[in-house]
Design a protein around this ligand. Structure first.
Ligand code: NI
Length: 428
């Protein structure tokens, strides 16, 4: 399919270039042209007049657990320990493939509506999430999350290997399969080593949780005499392209280790605030040259998959904590949610920018939204003024998946019925 989008204010995320009255042409899955010249409309299957609206790369959610939409609002306002061990883990024991499918599809619907086109997912029963991703038309890095203080990780790791063989690179590369060890407090040495080796022998990426809470660090020092970052490094995890979520409690030395090993960090400001875990030192991480993306975490701890909210929070939080309004400017925040997010998911040079030759993942905002006018600096408008509901059209891999806020790949009535049936069956 050939698509042309004209009269757009294009935020390319390509060296800060913004094009007023710009035009984008898409051939099949790829961006074929970005510039100011409009071609005759009869050459295209679809001609979209953006009417001056902002067009930007689709947003990247660098850390989530999609199927946890089922537990949205289920256990709020408690400590991470109690939330996870007393509520979430017991509820997750009741999940089945069908429930994970509907929960994931609900997540995909929410992500499409709020402008996300690529996400990193760390969970289990992943075939069901993959089914939802394929149906919805999204891009995802899906990882079978492995836990186990002793040898109980083995079945999970076998599943992860099978998943990789079956789906890595599927759907013309829309899908990637990563490996995942949940965290140092849920995985023993052997587990960490085995996951690291499985990824390394395949050249795969890994997703982990790292230094989310002060307690995690304290317990890790007690057990290993070193920080979680040092433990992961010593078990060989960072030999692989790694996406480390949270990183709230990093020492100077930990940051140096992450920088040296090119570990990407997904910053989850709202989840960290809601669970009162703390605030990551994004400023220092960026100064060390660490690639930082933005994630929502799962909806049981956020409770939304809204990257717009995360971008604004990430920016204002660093400013407020450090009493410095120049920290994390709008362009930086938008980079974290687009080009840098794509990079830490191993998709750099493939997605995250509106640039000729890259995959056509882009979103169009509402040209009539009162909160989006006037526009002095488009990045500032997106980060500080836009809402998730301002996304009207979403194109992923050159396919229109939402137009004028109508989702074309997902039937919300069916999703709601499927989720309700799953929750009734699970009896939670
Ligand atoms: Ni998480």
């Amino acid at each position: 399919m050939k698509i042309q989008i004209k009269n757009a204010q294009i935020i390319t995320m390509d060296e800060g270039r913004v094009i007023k009255n710009g035009c984008i042409r898409i051939h099949q899955e790829t961006i074929a042209y970005v510039g100011t010249e409009t071609a005759p409309e009869e050459e295209f299957d679809r001609a979209i007049d953006a009417r001056g609206a902002i067009v930007l790369p689709g947003l990247v959610n660098a850390h989530t657990h999609a199927a946890m939409t089922l537990f949205r609002g289920f256990a709020d306002d408690m400590t991470l320990e109690s939330w996870l061990f007393d509520h979430i883990f017991p509820a997750e024991d009741k999940l089945d493939q069908e429930a994970v499918y509907w929960g994931s599809l609900l997540a995909c619907a929410e992500m499409i509506r709020s402008g996300t086109t690529l996400f990193a997912d760390m969970y289990f029963m992943n075939e069901s999430t993959i089914r939802a991703v394929i149906e919805s038309g999204l891009n995802a890095n899906v990882a079978r999350c492995v836990t186990g203080m002793n040898t109980e990780y083995r079945n999970g790791l076998e599943e992860a290997k099978e998943l990789y063989t079956e789906y890595h690179g599927a759907q013309s590369g829309a899908l990637r399969v990563d490996f995942s060890a949940h965290a140092v407090y849920t995985c023993g040495r052997e587990t960490l080593r085995a996951v690291a080796q499985a990824a390394e022998s395949r050249g795969a990426g890994v997703q982990i949780h790292l230094s989310e809470t002060m307690k995690e660090n304290r317990d890790c020092y007690r057990q290993y005499g070193k920080s979680p970052t040092e433990v992961f490094r010593d078990m060989g995890m960072f030999e692989n392209p790694t996406n480390a979520a949270h990183c709230v409690y990093l020492s100077e030395n930990d940051m140096d280790i992450l920088a040296e090993n090119h570990v990407g960090v997904s910053h989850n400001p709202i989840s960290n605030l809601k669970l009162a875990s703390g605030v990551a030192n994004v400023k220092e991480m960026l100064e060390k040259g660490i690639c930082v993306g933005i994630g929502t975490d799962g909806t049981a701890s956020n409770n939304a998959l809204n990257v717009f909210e995360e971008m604004k929070t990430a920016a204002v939080l660093q400013k407020g904590m450090r009493l410095d309004p120049t920290l994390i400017d709008a362009q930086n925040a938008l980079e974290m949610a687009t080009v840098r997010g794509a990079q830490i998911l191993g998709r750099g040079g493939e997605r995250g920018q509106i640039k000729k030759g890259l995959r056509a993942d882009l979103i169009i905002l509402d040209s009539d939204s009162p909160n989006l006018w006037p526009v002095y600096h488009p990045a500032s408008t997106v980060v500080y003024s836009a809402n998730a509901g301002d996304v009207v059209t979403s194109i992923i891999n050159g396919k229109i998946v939402m137009e004028n806020r109508e989702m074309l790949t997902i039937d919300m009535e069916k999703v709601k019925a499927g989720v309700e049936k799953s929750l009734a069956r699970m009896d939670i």
